[in-house]
Design a protein around this ligand. Structure first.
Ligand code: ADP
Ligand code: MG
Length: 559
């Protein structure tokens, strides 16, 4: 195609031999198809009846999840347009912690609507304007529809946590876990002077342990360290201990360990060994002199130093994760020490160390305690990993709900109500934008449709019933995916944070508009367009999606 790019009869060669170019409607259709392919790949996971996906990386590691952002990140997508959709999920995850599948699915549906509008020769700029008008209107209506919630409204907050967990590994134990989440967030919430609530998740740490069931998960004051003492003669239970957090190794310094050494006599060797011992001894002395009863080290501790420390009655732990070190600093009120020579008593923190009954973990409670740990348990690594993803989403959701103070009825209720209000608003919009506003309303209804489909229900019947209920003034009528009934989902305990929904709509709109704004694709490589503009599944998606096509076999839903 590059050969056709001429200006005033002059050939203008600005692109390489293999370069390809696509313009206007071709470009838009190409991009829409790519973006939709990605969006559609996560739709089947939406809602409590959504399926899981098994993702097999090129290295052979396996992730089983139905978390939208995890799926998209693991899919290793290398199509630039498709990547824009992945970014929607990432923004949603960062801003709201949940609602990633919704955001991506709505973005895909907006683009599907856009394709229909393109077919009716509506110009993308009119669509973009229309989508913007509709999105702004929907945001404002969310605020009107939302109910307010207090941070200590245990019942509602727990429903928010449970709704976020439904369909995830965490669901089986949702009563126990939602209780833990409620308490954990309470423990780290402070009321600001202006009466607003600030949730400081820095003071909350999640730890996981394999070999038990999720129902045995617990919320603990302080921190947990999954390490053994470096020496068996060390104390394991200490009260009001002075604790040093050290991010340097207690080892012989590297330059000297590496230096080659020619030894001419046994005496020389002996003196060299003594020097090394001396160096370690000095490091240990610094620790002893600081008054520390415990040293928690991010790096290694030499055997000899372990022995010295044990003789001094000091408990030492090594190779503790950096994030755990940072959390321990909060819990114990300690500074992390990088230079043993400059350490003072002020750098140390104070707290109790207790070894658990199985001798696997240390419980650490700060004397001026702040900080709590959510200890999640599960039978195997895959189970614990998926549990952790679910719980950390739920924690973010609850934290955002406590801060924001507004909630909505889920199960598609909010989307149907918003669609109705956006449609009403469309009447007041002039020109071709009106069609785009209406299309936006239709796109919102994707959520209840897919919830129904994933539950094996008839999506058209469901939507008809939902619309009728909302026309009747039932603002909170949503789909109970377990019975197939239309009911007040808020009463039924399906409660979602308003903030996450606003974010999902705004990032979905932004992404769709970003894709629509592109009218020219200039590519250095091949732009083969097999499946262009069609209902492309991941495999048939336009060029550059090789990373996805390659996964086709492993991506079937399973559960
Ligand atoms: P997301 O990544 O968008 O959070 P989910 O798979 O978590 O995707 O599904 C969220 C959707 O499922 C929301 O629309 C929510 O209202 C709905 N949902 C959650 N629990 C229920 C339930 N018990 N009944 C009906 N819908 C539910
Ligand atoms: Mg969710």
């Amino acid at each position: 195609m590059s050969q056709q790019q001429r200006m005033q009869g002059q050939p203008m060669i600005i692109m390489g031999e293999d370069a390809q170019r696509m313009k206007d409607k071709d470009a838009q259709e190409h991009n829409i198809a790519a973006a939709r392919a990605v969006a559609e790949s996560v739709q089947s996971t939406l809602g409590p009846k959504g399926m899981d996906k098994m993702l097999v990386s090129s290295m052979g590691s396996v992730t089983v999840t139905n978390d939208g952002v995890t799926i998209l990140q693991e899919m290793d997508i290398d199509n630039p347009t498709a990547e824009m959709i992945v970014e929607v999920a990432e923004t949603q995850e960062d801003e709201a912690g949940d609602g990633t599948t919704t955001a991506v699915a709505v973005a895909g549906e907006l683009l599907k609507q856009a394709q229909d509008l393109l077919d009716q020769d509506i110009h993308p700029t009119a669509m973009i304007r229309g989508f913007d008008i509709a999105s702004k209107h929907a945001q404002a209506e969310i605020d009107d529809i939302a109910e307010s919630v207090d941070p200590d409204d245990e019942e509602t907050i727990r429903k928010v946590a449970e709704t976020s967990m439904t369909g995830k590994g965490a669901e089986l134990n949702k009563e126990h876990l939602s209780q833990l989440i409620y308490e954990a967030v309470q423990a780290v919430t402070v009321e600001a002077e202006d009466g607003s609530h600030v949730v400081d998740l820095e003071f909350l740490n999640i730890e996981t342990q394999e070999g038990s069931s999720a129902g045995d998960s617990e919320l603990l004051e302080g921190a947990v360290i999954d390490k053994d003492p470096v020496h068996e003669d060390m104390p394991t239970d200490l009260e009001d201990a002075s604790v040093m957090l050290l991010d340097q190794p207690v080892e012989i310094e590297e330059a000297e360990a590496d230096a080659s050494l020619s030894v001419d006599s046994p005496d020389q060797l002996q003196s060299f060994i003594e020097q090394e011992e001396e160096q370690l001894r000095e490091k240990v002395d610094r620790i002893v002199d600081s008054g520390a009863d415990v040293v928690v080290c991010q790096k290694g501790i030499d055997d000899m130093a372990q022995h010295y420390l044990a003789k001094e009655g000091i408990l030492a732990l090594r190779r503790v994760k950096k994030t755990d070190m940072q959390f321990l600093a909060e819990v114990l009120g300690a500074n992390i020490v990088s230079d043993l020579d400059g350490v003072t008593a002020d750098d140390l923190g104070t707290g109790d160390f207790t070894r658990d009954d199985d001798g696997e973990l240390f419980y650490v409670e700060g004397t001026d305690s702040h900080g709590v740990t959510l200890l999640l348990r599960g039978s195997t690594e895959h189970v614990v990993d998926e549990l952790e993803r679910g719980i950390s989403d739920a924690l973010d959701v609850v934290a955002a709900t406590v801060t924001d103070g507004r909630v909505l009825a889920g199960g598609g209720a909010i989307e149907v109500e918003l669609a109705r209000r956006v449609r009403d608003h469309a009447d007041s919009v002039e020109g071709r934008e009106q069609l785009a506003v209406e299309a936006f309303a239709d796109a919102l209804e994707l959520v209840p449709r897919v919830l129904a489909e994933n539950a094996g229900l008839d999506s058209i019947d469901t939507l008809v019933d939902l619309r009728a209920a909302h026309d009747n003034g039932d603002k909170r009528a949503g789909l109970n995916v377990f019975t197939g009934d239309v009911e007040d989902t808020y009463e039924a305990g399906v409660v979602e944070p308003a903030h996450a929904k606003e974010q999902a709509l705004s990032s979905a709109t932004e992404a769709a508009n970003l894709v629509l704004k592109i009218d020219d694709i200039i590519s250095a490589g091949d732009l083969s367009t097999e499946g262009d503009g069609e209902e492309g599944g991941p495999g048939g998606a336009p060029g550059g999606m090789g990373g996805m096509g390659g996964m086709g076999g492993g991506m079937g839903g399973m559960m």
